[in-house]
Design a protein around this ligand. Structure first.
Ligand code: HEC
Length: 119
């Protein structure tokens, strides 16, 4: 029984680690360093609305990592056409995109939209 319990704990630890981002490509810490270029539009901690009348900026925090990475790649490739995001995504490497996607998908409560969320 003791052995089974230890195996169970080990399994929980392994699953826990893999679900916090280590097993994925993106690195949350590196992603955070890249967000200086995103925060002005995408996020202000504490749900403060800075520019309510400006173009609706989608909320990133808590989105799925895959969705965020795919969105950034689509701006970079031109499949998504928003000019501002295209210019920003053009400067991002695959590693940058993975890190940013990891960061925003992990930070549900810290990063919010500063405009109305897009429908
Ligand atoms: C100048 C303001 C601005 C900056 C800076 C900016 N964004 Fe955006 N972002 C937008 C707007 C506006 C949209 C919605 C564009 C559209 O309608 O396609 C958007 C869309 C996105 C989306 C798609 C969200 C969705 O729900 O589909 C992602 C992902 C994203 N931005 C990530 C980033 C990242 C990462 C950075 C920093 C490297 C960044 N953005 C910097 C304004 C900005």
């Amino acid at each position: 029984m003791l052995l089974n319990k230890n195996l169970y704990l080990l399994l929980v630890m392994i699953l826990g680690i893999s679900s916090t981002g280590f097993a994925q490509d993106g690195n949350v810490i590196d992603g955070e360093k890249l967000t200086a270029n995103c925060q002005g539009c995408h996020g202000i901690p504490g749900f403060r609305t800075a520019y309510p009348k400006v173009y609706s900026v989608p909320k990133l925090g808590g989105q799925s990592e895959l969705y965020l990475a795919n969105a950034l790649k689509a701006y970079r490739s031109g499949n998504r056409t928003h000019p501002g995001m295209r210019a920003i995504a053009a400067a991002l490497s695959d590693a940058d995109i993975a890190d940013l996607a990891a960061y925003y998908s992990e930070n549900k409560n810290k990063i919010v939209s500063n405009g109305k969320d897009a429908e």
